[in-house]
Write a protein that binds this ligand. Structure first.
Ligand code: ZN
Length: 151
């Protein structure tokens, strides 16, 4: 189901999101709807606050990330994602579905090691680099009420 993407300066985008205590079927359905919304909107990542839910869930397009690929869908759901380590830096233009038509150059780590719960409720740890590191850093910022415009 396609969900409405909230636009800046909606105050929901500025709230701190709550951790998920239990991975329920409602959460998994929400992640699926977020993925559909992201794909239709042409994004490569989406965070729950962007569709009006202040909970710590993000989805990323990961078609070439072998072990992250859900068996059925080319996206990765990260629940309660946390960056454990960062390395290097990259400086490139970023965009956001909540801030249509505006790009801004933002400095991000070149690599991030991130821990999260997968849809089975199991802890996974993965190291991402390049655009995927940028994307996960951008989406986790959304969970903390931060936007790329703040940099
Ligand atoms: Zn965004």
């Amino acid at each position: 189901m396609f969900l409405k993407v909230l636009k800046y300066p909606n105050p929901v985008l500025r709230k701190m999101s709550e951790p998920i205590k239990e991975v329920t079927s409602d959460i998994l359905q929400l992640a699926e709807d977020m993925w559909e919304t992201m794909m239709i909107s042409g994004g490569i990542g989406l965070a729950a606050p962007q569709i009006g839910k202040n909970i710590r869930v993000i989805v990323l397009l990961t078609a070439d990330l072998g072990n992250l690929i859900d068996q059925q869908y080319p996206y990765c759901t990260m629940i309660n994602p946390e960056i454990l380590e960062i390395g290097g830096s990259q400086y490139d233009t970023e965009f956001c579905l909540s801030v249509p038509g505006k790009g801004k150059k933002v400095r991000r780590p070149e690599t991030v090691k991130v821990q999260y719960l997968n849809p089975d409720g199991k802890i996974e740890i993965v190291k991402l680099s390049g655009i995927k590191a940028r994307c996960v850093a951008h989406e986790i910022d959304h969970l903390d009420g931060k936007l790329f415009l703040d940099y």
